[in-house]
Write a protein that binds this ligand. Structure first.
Ligand code: TXA
Ligand code: MG
Length: 314
């Protein structure tokens, strides 16, 4: 199959309407999208990505009305979070109704739903009468793509079209939030910080480090990984422990001439935006291993540390 990259919304919509898979830009990372309500189309996502069927997909919708159309209830705190942060990088887990196929949620009673903020994707959703199921557009386990070129590098030949929306603005995936009883639980740190969420709903429970929770394999211990070994710690110490070329990833300190600094001004949002791009570049470089420092565990630093930990050798 020939894969074409372009900015033509009609072309993207046409493929999706006939039940095919198209890579789409979102504000977080690129997604691999298909009609969320069509099992035959959803199967193609799992196949193109080599993704196990037990890993549920996030459903992307245009507005709140579309959320109501797919779910039975929305608990008040989740409703408040949607009001505060949608459109944007937040996914809420809501009890699904019969319209949502079991395949999309891997048999779970809840569906992960979000309203994306990327303008091109929002336009595309307006042209469609169905929501889009979309995981990140990378082979299972590898670094998520933040440009159309990243998608092409890995999925060329497997999908007909990549809708090019430029470089992703947030750079890490959405924050996943649900309820357990009366408690709000965050299952994946992401583009909306824990602090921002707590400013709306008060104290939340973090359930981020389940190493093999079959309910959310984005939480698998090894994920988002480059092919080169990645070690996290204090770079000056780690540098003394390795032979061969070490590339260093840092927040704002130039440890060595080979250091890739994610934000010279020390801005965690900027660092998150650069993270996957930098990891890919280092993975493609001629270094033997990648060393990364630990980021401040606040704001988007939490999502950065989460991705680095899962990508690392332990
Ligand atoms: O920012 C994002 O969320 C991106 C863009 C493309 O929207 N998508 C994304 O999808 O990161 P994916 O499939 O790479 O990660 C989704 C995570 C997985 O860990 C999955 O297990 C979890 O969300 N998830 C999806 N639906 C779920 C559900 N019903 N219950 C529990 N976890 C769910
Ligand atoms: Mg993913």
């Amino acid at each position: 199959m020939e894969t074409v990259t372009g900015t033509n919304l009609e072309t993207a919509a046409a493929w999706l309407k006939q039940g095919d898979v198209v890579a789409i830009p979102t504000e977080t990372v690129y997604g691999l999208a298909a009609n969320a309500l069509d099992e035959k189309a959803v199967v193609k996502i799992f196949e193109a990505k080599n993704r196990p069927f037990f890993d549920p997909l996030i459903v992307h919708v245009k507005d709140r009305e579309a959320i109501h159309a797919l779910t039975t209830t929305i608990e008040a705190p989740l409703n408040d979070l949607l009001t505060a942060f949608s459109p944007g990088p937040i996914t809420v887990l809501l009890p699904k109704n019969a319209l949502v196929p079991d395949l999309t949620t891997s048999g779970l009673s809840h569906v992960g739903i979000r309203i994306p903020a990327h303008p091109l994707l929002r336009e595309l959703l307006q042209m469609l009468s169905f929501p889009l199921a979309a995981p990140s557009a990378n082979p299972f386990g590898y670094i998520s793509p933040t440009t159309a070129a990243h998608v092409m590098q890995q999925l060329q030949g497997k999908i007909p079209y990549v809708l090019d929306g430029g470089r992703c603005d947030v750079g890490v995936e959405s924050t996943i939030v649900g309820m357990e009883g009366k408690e709000v639980v965050i299952y994946r740190a992401g583009g909306i910080s824990v602090e921002a969420i707590e400013s709306v709903v008060g104290k939340v429970t973090l359930s981020l480090n389940k190493s093999s929770n079959p309910l959310a394999p984005g939480q698998l211990a090894t994920h988002y990984a480059p092919r080169k070994p990645l070690y996290i710690g204090h770079p000056p110490e780690l540098l003394t422990q390795f032979n061969g070329r070490c590339a260093v990833l840092s927040f704002h300190t130039q440890y060595t001439p080979d250091t890739m600094v994610l934000s010279p001004t020390g801005n965690l949002k900027e660092a998150a935006r650069q993270l996957f791009h930098a990891l890919r570049e280092l993975d493609a470089s001629d270094c033997d291993q990648i060393i990364s420092e630990v980021f401040p565990n606040e704001g988007l630093g939490r999502a950065i540390n989460d991705r680095l930990t899962r990508a690392s050798v332990r």
